[in-house]
Design a protein around this ligand. Structure first.
Ligand code: G6P
Length: 611
């Protein structure tokens, strides 16, 4: 969602903040703003991208070594200059930036209006800063206490930073449910929603915990909890490298991340598979191997692309570890009254480790006694701290809003988990395990080969860039691949696309097929190959256009399809890791050809920290 950056130290705050906002822009990009302490409390904010804000301040005073900045993904109030952050108190002395949602803002606002407060924006954030102002005045409290008392009164999620005209050397930040970390430099401190604005200056960070408030002055940092008890912070070292946050010669982060997949899958497998011995090691969950033998069921919870990875996991775990698996949208699961007990294992999948619905689903399952595993990409994010155990995907930072390398890394971890569970539960022969692990070891090389189709996929993209609809069809694990292919295309090119199990086509989508309709089939040589061929014929009989992802050397599908994209032959279990690659490329090229903003598609955000 929104991105937050704050600075206090000896550098020019504007420079640190604006660079930080560019790095955070993937979290939200409908407006941006800064507040700087420069003798005054100067606030500059603008609807639009961070670059708009840069243009806006050209003739303004951007001096000062203390400040904060925000890039917004609108929840309450349309993207506009006035709804942009920072927001100010009524007396203009306090400024706030906020990520999250204040759920009881309407009630609070009503009370404040009765007390004479006038609001300029439609945001929940402005209510919070007025509340702090009101409490400070009414209860005659200093700012630190007023912030604490106000935070006790709000319901919802927040990561906030506050500056005050009257205390120009103080920066206050707090979190509950939305990520915030503090970079500890030499005589300087940074505050940010993630490590990307910080890593250039220091590797030492403190992950602020829920219900903690930090008071930062030039050479002093004090953390208290919301009950006013002093907390001892622990400093962690960041593993992130600056070059991971740059495009490295590619036109877009998405393309860079697609091409990183041989490396990211290799990193995900490193130290975890021993093909010759037929052995999988997953250190993050090894303390739960006994538990794995005694659970009745697995429930996977996730959102978006991570949910698609979960669907692949369902096929793999049921096939190899012979355990029943259900895959749930976290947002639905949390609001049902799901039947969950201590005999269940819940696996939460999340690239960011911050998705609000997934976090709530975890809390719910935990409260019912289930064991929770996490599959996350961002080290130190919130979900790994909520779960009992877990496995990181090690894909490295994913900046493009449309998830690519995180998806294949999630599927890789789920493949490892399925095989690990099969090994622990004795549901697979050792020889079979050796065969599959040997195959898995080859996947980074085969993904590399898939990427060689880039130019031919680009040529296909040119043919279909003006289509208004697409169908993606597959069977078995080809079905979640079809869903993911359709999602990529609609996310970044704004073309309507649907993914379906190929056999379901005749129960509805077949009505859409005519000579204008491109239909993408996952038609590789696997157990459902013959059935998919029948489905292709059904489309051709209705004059649909068929683009098929086929196994290298295939001749049968080639005779029927209008276009084919070859991927290397592999065991069926690994199909999603290969078949997804050309679909990512197709979505990418179509979006570029349509002039869309590939890395920052409209209305979307990388990390959805509100429900
Ligand atoms: C957003 C992103 C998607 C992502 C989903 C779940 O919608 O745009 O790319 O799949 O959130 O995010 P998570 O971080 O939990 O995987």
């Amino acid at each position: 969602m929104c991105g937050i950056v704050g600075y206090i130290g000896h550098r020019k705050a504007w420079e640190v903040i604006i660079k930080g906002l560019h790095r955070l822009e993937y979290r939200g990009y409908d407006s941006a703003g800064v507040a700087l302490m420069n003798g005054n409390l100067s606030i500059y904010k603008k609807a639009g991208k961070v670059s708009e804000l840069e243009r806006f301040v050209i003739d303004k005073n951007i001096e000062g070594s203390i400040g904060m900045g925000h890039t917004r993904w609108a929840t309450h109030g349309i993207p506009s200059d006035v709804n942009s952050h920072p927001h100010m108190s009524g007396d203009g002395k306090l400024a706030i930036i906020h990520n999250g949602i204040i759920e009881n803002y309407a009630v609070l606002k009503e009370e404040l209006v009765e007390r004479g407060h006038i609001f300029r924006s439609d945001t929940d954030t402005e209510v919070l800063i007025h509340l702090i102002e009101e409490i400070k005045k009414q209860d005659n409290l200093d700012l630190r206490d007023a912030v604490r008392v106000a935070l006790n009164a709000v319901i919802g999620a927040y990561a906030i930073v506050i500056l005050s005209k009257d205390e120009p050397d103080l920066l206050i930040a707090a979190r509950k449910g939305s990520p915030l970390l503090i970079g500890v430099g030499n005589g300087e401190y940074f505050v940010a929603s993630d490590a990307s604005p910080i890593v250039e200056y220091t590797k030492n960070v403190i992950y602020l915990k829920d219900n903690e408030i930090v008071y930062i002055e030039q050479n002093e940092l004090l953390i208290k909890n919301i009950d006013n008890v002093v907390q001892t912070p622990s400093i962690h070292e960041l593993e992130l490298k600056l070059e991971m946050l740059e495009k490295g010669g590619y036109d877009h982060f998405m393309l860079k991340e697609i091409f990183e997949q041989p490396r990211s899958i290799k990193d995900c497998l490193r130290g975890r598979i021993y093909p010759n011995e037929g052995n999988v090691q997953l250190g993050g969950i090894k303390d739960y191997t006994e538990k794995l033998k005694n659970i009745d069921r697995i429930v996977i919870v996730a959102c978006g692309t991570s949910w698609h990875a979960g669907l692949v996991g369902e096929y793999l775990i049921e096939e190899y570890a012979r355990m029943p698996v259900e895959v749930e949208y976290a947002s639905e699961f949390r609001y049902r009254n799901p039947i969950i007990s201590e005999k269940d294992l819940v696996i939460a999948i999340s690239q960011s480790g911050e998705t609000a619905d997934t976090m709530a689903a975890i809390e719910l399952a935990k409260s019912r006694g289930a064991t929770i595993f996490g599959i996350c990409n961002v080290v130190g994010s919130s979900i790994p701290r909520l779960t009992h155990a877990g496995v990181y995907t090690h894909a490295g930072p994913e900046i493009g809003v449309a998830s690519t390398k995180a998806f294949t890394a999630q599927v890789t971890v789920l493949t490892l988990m399925a095989l690990y569970m099969a090994q622990q539960r004795g549901t697979m022969k050792q020889s079979e395990l050796i065969g599959l692990l040997t195959g898995l070891d080859q996947i980074p090389r085969l993904v590399e080969k898939c990427l060689e189709s880039n130019l031919s996929v680009k040529a296909i993209a040119a043919e279909f860039k003006d289509s208004s609809n697409f169908l993606f069809l597959g069977r078995g694990t080809g079905f979640p691949v079809a869903l993911e292919g359709a999602l990529k295309l609609k996310e970044i090119s704004y073309i309507h696309a649907e993914g379906y199990p190929a056999a379901e086509m005749k129960h509805g989508p077949i009505a859409l097929i005519d000579e204008e309709m491109p239909v993408i089939f996952i038609a590789t040589k696997n157990s459902s190959y013959e059935k998919v061929i029948s489905n292709i014929q059904e489309v051709k009989a209705r004059k649909g256009i068929v683009i098929a992802i086929v196994t290298e050397g295939d001749t049968e599908v080639k005779k029927m399809a209008d276009f084919v994209i070859e991927i290397p032959d592999t065991d069926e279990i690994f199909l999603p890791l290969l078949a997804t690659i050309p679909l990512q490329l197709l979505a990418y090229h179509i979006a570029v050809m349509r002039g869309c903003n590939v890395d920052q598609p409209r209305n979307l955000a990388k990390s959805v920290t509100v429900e």
